[in-house]
Design a binder for this molecule. Structure first.
Ligand code: NAD
Length: 285
């Protein structure tokens, strides 16, 4: 059966490296990075995500510059808060927790985040830099997948990589990051004609479709590396987009849910925040 890719352990290592990096930055005369999480409204899932981001950023030695706005806030007030954080030198990174309440235009709010403080890597500028293969802040979930692949020595150059999903948040940047590492990349989505057939080509299969159990064992080449980005709350606990038990009989390596990609996302947010702070303070290595 497949080797389990331990995202919890890798994420812990990334966070420890970030904490050391923060100490070094301060020792070199810099200021500890400040992370401004912005939560609008009281969605319980978003509250949990933001609480974890704040807790782990503080554990890494960062300043918690969290801001909370009421769910009925108007667009202009939310925009003014982003502008205030954009102008504040203590703020290294701004994270607008999505989704925002429906009456707000979240894209217009994201567009006000300066690229150098966009630690989620979601602004048009950072997406464009990634598309052009130039340095910039990268989206946390796909960059976390890249760290897992590297930690487990998965060869990427010339490898067949298949990404299921083409969202701005995960699938599209995932494909671009794999392309940057010279994989041969195929992107599948909801209109793909024969998903299992395309997936069976993959040496590296990354699934981010948001459909529980979408990828079954017949979609996996023996020995393939399978990365499951999906997260679904079910009565039996968290599940992914992959039928993990069956696929583990075929795959060479596989991420569990939970404990795979999930913990990497916050770890990469912290890594981005440290990188942003160093760049802003002119103290890059
Ligand atoms: P999304 O809904 O924005 O995008 C889903 C993508 O999957 C779309 O591009 C769609 O074309 C494709 N798709 C849908 N049905 C398909 C099908 N039958 N066959 C092939 N492709 C299909 O979702 P997202 O934001 O990209 O997130 C995907 C999943 O990853 C969700 O379960 C989400 O909860 C999870 N997620 C996890 C993390 C993490 O930290 N682990 C982070 C972000 C998202």
């Amino acid at each position: 059966t497949a080797q389990t890719i331990d995202g919890t352990a890798v994420a812990r290592k990334v966070r420890e490296d970030v904490a050391k990096g923060v100490e070094e930055l301060v020792a070199r005369g810099g200021t500890a990075p400040g992370l401004a999480t912005v939560l609008i409204g009281d969605d319980p899932a978003s509250e949990v995500y933001v609480r974890n981001k704040r807790k782990l950023s503080v554990a890494a030695g960062m300043q918690d510059l969290h801001r909370h706005l009421p769910g009925d806030v108007d667009q202009a007030t939310a925009a003014a808060l982003i502008d205030e954080l954009a102008a504040d030198p203590a703020v290294s990174g701004i994270l607008l927790q999505l989704p925002t309440p429906k009456h707000l235009d979240s894209e217009a709010l994201l567009a006000r985040i300066p690229a150098e403080k966009d630690v989620d890597g979601l602004t048009t500028v950072n997406a464009g830099l990634l598309a052009q293969g130039r340095p910039g802040l990268r989206p946390c979930t796909p960059s976390g997948v890249m760290v897992l692949l590297d930690e487990y020595d998965v060869p990427l150059k010339g490898a067949e990589a298949v990404v299921v999903g083409r969202s701005v948040l995960v699938g599209k940047p995932m494909a671009q990051l794999l392309l940057e590492r010279h994989a041969t990349v195929t992107i599948c989505h909801s209109r793909t004609r024969d998903l299992a057939e395309v997936c069976r080509r993959a040496d590296v299969l990354v699934v981010a479709a948001g459909i529980p159990g979408l990828v079954a064992a017949d979609a996996v080449k023996p020995g393939a590396v399978v990365i499951d980005v999906g997260i679904h709350r079910t009565d039996d606990g968290l599940r992914g987009d992959v039928d993990t038990a069956a696929v583990a009989e075929v795959a060479g390596k596989i991420t569990p849910v939970p404990g795979g990609v999930g913990p990497m996302t916050i770890a990469m947010l912290l890594a981005n925040t440290l990188a942003a702070a160093k760049a802003q303070q002119g103290l890059e290595d």
